[in-house]
Ligand binder design. Structure first.
Ligand SMILES: [Zn+2]
Length: 188
């Protein structure tokens, strides 16, 4: 998403109706005011930096609004990343100890303690060595203002990133977007 304004164009007619009121903080219900189509949207900003949309029928919308019953597609962060892997490409990270990766892996592990190194590597698009490193970190991950202190603690514990040792500031290589998915949104 981003630079060429595609997301602004898509969301110029799609407005948020309501957010998931539980712990799926990435999830909301939206409606296109041009054509009336309802969408379930997962906004993922750590690994894919993308919005994932699923077209909903009126019965599904009614269940969300009246009973807070959401379709299962994006209900866990792990599911969102699985969908991301099918439809998009993860961002490339040059270093591991960066908030996007750390928060994403913590979220995965929080929901499923038994998640494996291979699964984390696949879902986040990093190497198995990188995934093993991230899974070994002392969670909970810090709030942004405590980030440097937490990194010092990681260093004190002797945890060493296997990739990229050139400081803590994240540098990202943006992925190529698959236009075909977006071309389907609202007939664009
Ligand atoms: Zn529309």
């Amino acid at each position: 998403m981003g630079m060429d304004g595609l997301d602004e164009r898509v969301f110029s007619t799609v407005r948020k109706v309501c957010a998931h009121d539980g712990d799926a903080w990435w999830l909301y219900l939206a409606e296109c005011r041009a054509c009336g189509q309802s969408w379930m949207v997962a906004q993922e900003g750590w690994i894919f930096d993308n919005h994932f949309l699923k077209r909903l029928d009126p019965i599904e919308v009614h269940k969300i609004v009246q009973e807070q019953l959401w379709p299962s597609d994006f209900l866990t962060y792990e599911r969102v990343l699985s969908v991301g892997r099918r439809l998009s490409q993860p961002c490339g990270f040059f270093e591991l100890l960066t908030p996007s990766l750390v928060y994403a892996v913590e979220e995965l592990q929080k929901k499923r303690r038994t998640i494996t190194v291979g699964e984390v590597a696949y879902l986040t698009g990093i190497s198995p060595e990188g995934a093993a490193y991230l899974l070994s970190l002392p969670f909970p991950a810090p709030m942004p203002e405590d980030w440097d202190q937490w990194c010092d603690e990681v260093e004190r514990l002797g945890l060493k990133a296997k990739l990229g040792d050139d400081g803590l500031r994240p540098r990202m290589k943006m992925p190529k977007r698959r236009r075909s998915f977006w071309d389907r949104v609202c007939g664009r």
